[in-house]
Design a binder for this molecule. Structure first.
Ligand SMILES: Cc1cc2nc3c(=O)[nH]c(=O)nc-3n(C[C@H](O)[C@H](O)[C@H](O)COP(=O)(O)OP(=O)(O)OC[C@H]3O[C@@H](n4cnc5c(N)ncnc54)[C@H](O)[C@@H]3O)c2cc1C
Length: 503
């Protein structure tokens, strides 16, 4: 039995970077807004990334199974909680580069043009940086796009060992810059996320209702097939139907696409809003490799990421194609993805006999090499026999390999100069596992043409008049820098559009 609930002006599904930010933006309109979130609030001790049983594998993976192309089950790295994946993210909040919005030729193919440009996003990047209290340093990174204002806050202090490396990178003629970070400025909980900056302020408004533990399972359409009438959710084992004039999905790129596919009906036999056949396709999730720089001198193992190097973003010397972005990982005792990589630490332990894992983490600096993967329609989310499959074959690999080896050359040069780093490196090369979904995007790309995109430029589905998708799904291409600030900026932009629509 489905229990009928009330009707709302707007229903938002999901409270991550997209949904949480949109809720904040629209709360003051006075419209009757319902937010449905399948998770609950995360207790502070679970959010605290410092010294949590840090080498526990899959701490932040969802208690559900998805399947890879070979039919092997895996539990995805998805944090179902108020704030979504921003509750566990590294809060590195970077703007995409100006060229990321254009057609870019890569060694392995083409990354397509966006229907909107950097200039359309710039005011919203500024608003996003203010809302998420981004601490950064402008005009140092030569790939940085033009900014209308400086960062709202100066960069945070660097760990002394990292500061030494930062200086040494500069002496090599490269241009390291301070990684922009979203921070609350509170000691007990420094990471700024979409619960803190989005949901908490939103629910102080009496017109906004948040229901947690509310998993949306299906969208119901009217007889014409043009309007979503009802949002069906399971709450405490019971089915509810919520009616909304406007419905916004913000479940993350995999889950929003999955929900549309699961909402197939006579009018939408291939999935809701899927006349293009593109719902769930073009999934991207970045190529990421870790390089560990070993040292004899200890560090605290618990410090934020602070370094960003984009000298190889658009290529290098004899390789005239984009290679990607480098950032340090932050203290290895506090980095979630490191925390989930015990095999790497076991390997480290072999290299440094007599060390415990924790000591190893305090005698090394981690680096992330990150490269854009290209949209491929065969990389996709699909349903078969009621199971959710994620088909994903990485591409653009040569560019990524070149970035890794170029970065190791840089670290080797530094090693010669700096005291305490003469221990070598580890870079357990290997594809980032399928379950790492951190940078998932692209499954409902936006664009002008309903034949080649799922969403219009305002992130409304081409096929259904009152249905929007406002999470990482809308990206037509990925960039090599992290995605969250662009998802946040886009939510603010769509928020402005909805306010206009209501007027
Ligand atoms: C370990 C880690 C580190 C990261 N570090 C960074 C970083 O430093 N910088 C950066 O830019 N990005 C980072 N990211 C990526 C960033 O967190 C994501 O890009 C961003 O959170 C995506 O926002 P979203 O709105 O698309 O989805 P999410 O933030 O994933 O939010 C989706 C929400 O929808 C809810 N939901 C899902 N399905 C349903 C349903 N059926 N019914 C109801 N609710 C549902 C989920 O519980 C969740 O709250 C990191 C991610 C991870 C996992």
């Amino acid at each position: 039995m489905i229990i009928d609930d009330q009707s709302y002006d707007l229903i938002i599904v999901g409270t991550g970077a997209g949904g949480g930010t949109l809720a904040y933006k629209l709360a003051a309109t006075g419209k009757k807004i319902l937010i449905l979130e399948r998770g609950d609030f995360m207790p502070l001790e679970e959010q605290n990334r410092s010294n949590v049983d840090i080498f526990k594998r899959e701490r932040y993976h969802a208690p559900e199974q998805w399947y890879d192309s070979a039919g092997e089950p895996f539990s995805p790295q998805m944090n179902y909680a108020v704030g979504g994946n921003t509750k566990i993210y590294g809060a590195a909040l970077l703007r995409f580069r100006e060229r990321d919005f254009e057609t870019v030729k890569h060694q392995a193919g083409v990354s397509p043009e966006w229907c909107l440009k950097y200039a359309d996003f710039e005011p919203y990047y500024t608003e996003a940086e203010t809302l998420y209290k981004v601490h950064g340093q402008a005009n140092v990174d030569r790939t940085e796009p033009p900014r209308s204002t400086d960062y709202p806050f100066p960069p945070v202090a660097q760990e002394s060992q990292v500061a030494e490396i930062y200086e040494a990178i500069g002496k090599l003629g490269l241009h390291p810059s301070r990684l922009p970070l979203g921070l609350t400025r509170q000691e007990d909980d420094p990471t700024n996320d979409s619960e803190v900056s989005g949901i908490i302020p939103a629910i102080t408004h009496p017109n906004v209702t948040l229901k947690t533990g509310a998993k949306v399972v299906r969208l119901h359409i009217n007889p014409s097939g043009r309007v979503v009438k009802g949002v069906q959710a399971e709450i405490a084992g019971q089915s509810y139907l919520f009616l909304g004039d406007i419905v916004v999905l913000a479940c993350g790129a995999v889950n929003s696409a999955a929900l549309l596919l699961r909402s197939a009906s006579d009018r939408h036999p291939n999935g809701l809003a899927n006349s293009s056949g593109l719902v769930g396709r073009n999934l991207m999730k970045s190529l990421m490799t870790v390089v560990v720089q070993l040292s004899t001198k200890p560090n605290s193992g618990a410090f934020p990421k602070t370094v960003c190097v984009n000298d190889f973003y658009w290529g290098d010397g004899d390789f005239p194609y984009p290679m990607g972005h480098i950032q340090n990982s932050g203290g290895l005792l506090t980095d979630v993805i490191f925390a989930e990589a015990p095999p790497m630490f076991s390997l480290l332990a072999k290299f440094m006999p007599g060390f415990g894992l924790k000591q190893l983490a305090t005698h090394s600096i981690g680096w992330w090499a990150q490269t854009e993967d290209l949209p491929d329609p065969n990389n996709r989310v699909r349903f078969e026999g009621g199971k959710l499959f994620v088909d994903y074959t990485p591409n653009n690999i040569e560019a990524h390999d070149r970035l890794i080896y170029r970065w190791i050359e840089v670290l080797k040069s530094i090693e010669k100069e700096l005291d305490g780093f003469q221990r070598g490196f580890l870079h357990p090369r290997g594809e980032i596992p399928i379950q790492v979904m951190a940078n998932q995007c692209g499954t409902c790309r936006f664009g002008e043409d309903p034949a080649t995109s799922v969403l219009d430029p305002n992130c409304r589905t081409h096929d259904v008049d009152n249905l929007y998708v406002v999470d990482g799904s809308f990206f037509p291409s990925n960039a090599s820098v992290n995605p969250a600030l662009t998802i946040i900026a886009n939510a603010l932009r769509v928020g402005d559009y909805l306010i206009e629509r209501w007027r």
